[in-house]
Design a protein around this ligand. Structure first.
Ligand SMILES: [Zn+2]
Length: 81
């Protein structure tokens, strides 16, 4: 039975690690290659979502610091032209 947390090692990439449960399951037909590649695709999409969330967080932090900067400028009479 294959569960989440595939492979013997927590950092297993399921590509060439020895004793990998995934490589073994594909080799003996327990796991279809199609199913495995769709799992990898989902994993990639999840990674992308994580990155996107991180990007948005950074962006909101940037916007906050810009807002603080413009408040300071107002206090100082704004930019001189
Ligand atoms: Zn593995």
């Amino acid at each position: 039975m294959i569960k989440d947390g595939f492979g013997r090692f927590s950092d297993c990439q399921h590509k060439s690690e020895p004793d990998c449960a995934i490589i073994e399951a594909i080799a003996n037909g327990e796991l279809s290659k199609e199913r495995w590649s769709s799992y990898l695709q989902i994993k990639r999409e999840v990674k992308f979502a994580d990155d996107k969330a991180g990007f948005l967080l950074d962006k909101s932090k940037r916007n906050k610091s810009i807002a603080q900067l413009s408040r300071q400028n107002k206090k100082n009479g704004g930019f001189k032209k």
